[in-house]
Design a binder for this molecule. Structure first.
Ligand code: ADP
Ligand code: MG
Length: 245
């Protein structure tokens, strides 16, 4: 369960997120869509406290951070429940694919080398990268790098995975292999929330249980995927947005 209550975030004088209130059930897959600059990435970054909001609380699986009064321990505890898949992969360039996945296992989950190696190899097998284990990111395609990014995100065993436009940096022919990995994750029988920021409407329609449309820092529309894509509920500028992307 993820609860976002009364979240406000500004950069200097720019009020980016405005009174966001969202509750997401365990096992729910939520697509966040909306125009560029509407605050989608900022919202994800506030959920794991990569950005500090001015007001509001974020609660995930018992870990709770109140923007106005919290300790470093609260933030650590919240972060341990989440992981992020970035648009540009953000792998360590000087580490192999396997080493990139080992880091969170050893550092965050304090696993010993031998166990970490076993788990990392399982995660790489899951995303179809067993044969690229010892490759460096520079020698991997964008699709392979992003699949490694997903394996790394899974390594912390998160309650909530945050995907920030995971396929938008990829050449079109590589989009499918990454979407396929995400699709498989949505089908796994584990208690995990997934939030996916995406412009791929067909993919959102297929994998998301729920769609939140963010515009100008406000969650303007929050519907089940079925309701959202039936279009009856979506008119005017939002339907123009969907048709454009
Ligand atoms: P989206 O992901 O929906 O495209 P963002 O969350 O990246 O939008 O950005 C929302 C707004 O906040 C934009 O106007 C952007 O320019 C601004 N912004 C984002 N990050 C920063 C930052 N670190 N400093 C100042 N302004 C920022
Ligand atoms: Mg963004």
């Amino acid at each position: 369960m993820l609860k976002i209550h009364n979240l406000n975030k500004s950069y200097e004088h720019l009020h980016v997120l405005k009174d966001i209130n969202i509750e997401i059930e365990e096992n729910q897959v939520v697509a966040i869509i909306g125009p560029s600059g509407s605050g989608k990435s900022t919202l994800l970054r506030c959920i794991n406290y990569l950005e500090k909001p001015e007001t509001g609380t974020i609660e995930i699986d018992g870990a709770c951070v109140n923007a106005e009064s919290h300790t470093i321990k609260d933030i650590k505890s919240l972060r341990s429940k989440t992981s992020m898949v970035f648009q540009n992969y953000n792998l360590f360039a000087n580490k192999t694919c396997l080493q990139n996945v080992l880091i969170p296992l050893e550092v965050v989950r304090s696993m010993r080398k031998q166990e970490a190696n076993i788990v990392a190899k399982e995660l790489l097998a899951k995303v179809g990268l067993s044969d690229k284990m010892n490759s460096y990111p520079a020698h991997m395609s964008g699709g392979q790098q992003q699949r490694a990014g997903i394996a790394r995100a899974l390594a912390v065993n998160p309650k909530c995975i945050l995907f920030d436009e995971p396929t938008s940096s990829l050449d079109p022919e590589l989009v499918y292999e990454v979407q396929e990995v995400i699709r498989q994750l949505t089908k796994e029988d584990v208690s995990r929330t997934m939030i996916i920021v995406t412009h791929e409407m067909a993919f959102a329609k297929e994998v998301a249980d729920r769609v939140i449309y963010l515009e100008d820092g406000k969650a303007c529309i929050d519907l089940t995927s079925e309701e959202f894509f039936s279009m009856e509920n979506v008119t005017g500028r939002i339907s123009r947005f969907i048709n454009k992307v």
